[in-house]
Design a protein around this ligand. Sequence first.
Ligand code: AHR
Length: 635
Amino acid sequence: NLQVDVAKTVTKIQPTMYGVFFEDINFAADGGLYAEMIKNRSFEFLFPMMGWNEPKSDRHKLNTQSGIANVIQYSQKGTNHNYCRVTINDAYGYELINEGFRGMGIKKDLKYNLSLKASKISGNISKIKFQFIDKDNKVLGETSIVPISKDWSNYTGQLTSSATEAKAKLKITFEGNGVIDLDNISLFPEDTWAGRKNGLRKDLVQLLYDLKPGFLRFPGGCIVEGRTLAERYQWKKSVGNVEDRETAVNRWNMEFAHRPAPDYFQSFGLGFFEYFQLSEDIGASPLPILSCGMACQFNTGQLVPMDQLDPYVQDALDLIEFANGGSETAWGKVRADMGHPKPFNLKFIGVGNEQWGPDYIERFKVFQKAIKAKYPNITIVSGTGPFPDGDFYDYGMTELKKLNAEIVDEHYYKDPAWFRKNVTRYDNYDRKGPKIFAGEYAAQSVAIASPNNKNNWECAFSEAAFMTGMERNAEVVQLTSYAPLLAHVEGWQWTPDMIWFNNLQSYGTPNYYVQKLFSNNKGTDLINITLDGKAVTGQNDLFASAVKDMNSKEVILKIINAAASDQNVAIDLKGAQLDTKGMAVVLKGEGLNDENSFATPTKISPKESEFKLKGNQIQYNFLAYSVTVLKIKMK
Ligand code: AHR
C-alpha cells in the first residue's frame, strides 16, 4: 500500500516549477515560431542570394536575355547591409523565386501579408507580381504592386491562397524593363498568435500556452555563448525596428556534419522584446540567459579578458532596465516605444550557459556583484557546466556555494535508465545550498546528440519518473525544463525535441504530454506519498510524488509504473475529507518504442476516466509502462 499524508505540507511548489526552454536551434525561430515565410528577406546571409533563385536566367551568365538580380552592399556601418538590384532587359518577364524555409506552408483561403521596400532606379518597370506557386508552377494566389518612386518606399499587398500546400514558393515577376532595387521582402500569414501583425506561428504558441509554463527561458542554450565571442547573442541588437536588426549566422549553422544547415541565420525578428511578450502571453516568468564573456567551451572557448568584461556586465544591467525600468529610463523607453509601456516584471537573469571552471567563477563574481548592487531583488541563475556528473561540477558547486549563489542551472542528456536510477538525486541535496534549475534535460534513446535519438515512450516515462524526484524535492528544485523545445522536421540539428513541426502542422511528442501533465497538475503544496514509510523511488518499478492544490482544492498523485506488467496498488490517503470519486489521467504508449507522428499526433496523449474511492482508499490498476495522474477533490 502507498500512504499519502494530505494534511501536512512538506514545502510549497514554486509557480516556476515546470517551464519551457527556448533556443533557436532546429529552425525554432526563423522558419519556426517566427512566422516570416521569406528566407533571407533582406539579402544578408553569407551568400546574399541564398534562398533566392532566378529560374529564367543562368547565374553564371550575367545579363542573360531576361535580366539579373545582384546584391549590392550599401552600408558597412549600418545593420542592414545589402539590397538586391534587379535589372530587367526586355519583355521576356524576369522572375525571382524565394524558396521559403524548406518551402512555404500555405493554407486554403488564408490571407498572407506582403511588404517590401523598393526604389525605382531607371527605365519603366510598370508592375511587380507576387505569386504563390506549387512544384508544378501552378499559381495558388497572387498580388501585385506598382513601383512609383526613385526614393526607397514601402509597398504592401495581400495574397489569398487558393489551396493548402506545404511546399509553396513565392514567385516575383517583373513587367516592363529597367532597374529596380528591393529590400526587406517579407511575407506573414494573417493568422498569427493573438493576431499580431508579423508575429508568431499560432499552432506552435498554442502548444506552449497549453503547457501553462511557469517560465520561459531564452534565447538558449549554446546560442547565448556563440562559437566566438563576436557571434554571441547580443540582446541589444535584437530590439527596436525589425528591419534594423542585424542578421547573424546561427551558432547551429554547421554544427553537425550529418545535419548541415548552411542556410541557418538569425534575422532576430523574434528578439528579446518578442520573447518577453511571449512570456507574458503564455503566463510564464521571463528567464533570459546572457553571455558571461566566454564563448562556447565546446568550440573556440574564447574568453573576454577580465579588464574588458564591463560591456557584458552592462548588457545584463541594461536588460533589467529594459524589462523593468520606467519609460523615463533609457532602456525602459526603448521597451515603451516598442509598444509595451508596462514593465515585464523580470525576476530572474541567467549568467552564462554551460560554462565551467575558474574562468567562469571569476567572471560570475563580477556579474553577481554588479547585479546585486543595482538590483538586489533580481535572482541570478548560474551554471556549473554541462553535466552534473562531469569533472567540473564539484568545483563549480563548491565555489558557487561560497558565493551564496541562488540558483544553479544543471543539464542532463542521459539514457532513459539514468533518469529512472537518478530519481533520488536531490533527496540528500544540501537544503542550505543554491536552489536547482534543471534547465535542460531529455532522455536520449541512442546517445547524446545522436541524429537517431527518438522521442519514444520509454524516454518519456523515464523522464516522468525522474520528475517525481524533482517534485518530491521541490524545496530545492524550483525550475525545470525539457530541451530542446522545437524542431523543424526538415531543418533540425539535434534530437530528441519536445515539439516537431513542418510548414503546416505540429505535434507534441510523448515527452510533451509528460511535461504538460506535470505542469498542469503542479499543485501548490508538496505532500508525502510513501511506501513502507519511504519515498517511492523505483521499488517494484513504481515512482510517485504527490501535491495538493489549495486553489482547486484537489489532491493530485503522480504515479509512474515502469514495469512491463500492470500493478494493482492500494493507496491510503489520510488527513483530509475526500470526494467519493476522482479523475484519472493516463498517458501510455503501446510499447517502449512507440511514438507520436504527424500522421498520429495524439496517439500517446492523456486519456481521462473516473475512478471510485472507498472511504479514503483508492484501489487502482496502474497499467504497464504508464504515467498516471490521480486527482481527487477535497471537501
Ligand atoms: O539543447 C541543445 C544544447 O544542449 C544546448 O544548446 C546546450 O546548452 C546543450 O549543450
